[in-house]
Write a protein that binds this ligand. Structure first.
Ligand SMILES: Nc1nc2c(c(=O)[nH]1)N[C@H]1C(S)=C(S)[C@@H](COP(=O)(O)O)O[C@H]1N2
Ligand SMILES: [Mo]
Length: 188
């Protein structure tokens, strides 16, 4: 049987240039003062410098990107570290069931720990063979291909493991927390 699942989720249209979309200003980031803090319900909290982050085992994962405002981009080749590998570094406690990801500029989003451990969920520093540009999240962004792109937080600075769900920026302003583009979970 051929695979008949369409590639474009319902209500989406394909675009061929990558729009830039966010609230607020693009934060200025100097790698010298940049770090990634991983904390909360973990046994070994870590603060990683950019060089330490880049020294972790990395992958390239190509996926499609779907914004809730209805544009989609195919074939984004993201390069970065799998969330599951970062998770192994800090060893979550048995109370850790959710993760909140926070950014320069106060944007946040969240996932269940189970969703975050999917192999295509990355903290990415590169796209299509180049480092991210500032408007697309340099130096580090979250990529969650199975969710609408408001989960793809740009300018990530921390990851907090939590016992309870904490709604993110858009998720607490009417957007759906589960954000599955195949089920059109746009609004809560
Ligand atoms: N920090 C931050 N990350 C963010 C946003 C934002 O407002 N702030 N917007 C999200 C939304 S709604 C989308 S569609 C994507 C857009 O990513 P792009 O600008 O790289 O196309 O970024 C996501 N990540
Ligand atoms: Mo979006």
């Amino acid at each position: 049987m051929p695979d008949t699942k369409p590639r474009l989720p319902p209500g989406q249209r394909l675009i061929d240039h990558f729009p830039v979309l966010h609230v607020g200003q693009i934060p200025r980031s100097s790698l010298k003062d940049w770090d990634l803090r991983i904390w909360g319900e973990v046994r070994s909290p870590r603060v990683l410098s950019y060089d330490e982050l880049r020294a972790l085992p990395s992958v390239i994962d190509t996926s499609d990107f779907h914004c809730v405002t209805s544009w989609s981009m195919f074939d984004c080749a993201w390069e970065g570290v799998r969330f599951s590998d970062l998770c192994d570094l800090v060893s979550p406690t048995e109370r850790a069931h959710h993760v909140t990801v926070g950014c320069d500029g106060d944007y946040t989003t969240s996932l269940t720990l189970e969703e975050a451990l999917e192999p295509d969920v990355l903290l990415a520093w590169g796209l299509n063979g180049q480092d991210l540009t500032p408007e697309h999240g340099y130096p580090l962004r979250l990529v969650v291909p199975q969710k609408y792109a408001y989960k793809a937080a740009k300018w990530v600075r921390w990851v907090c493991f939590t016992e309870n769900r904490e709604l993110g920026y858009w998720e607490s302003r009417g957007y759906h927390d589960n954000a599955d583009p195949w089920r059109q979970e746009r609004y809560a």
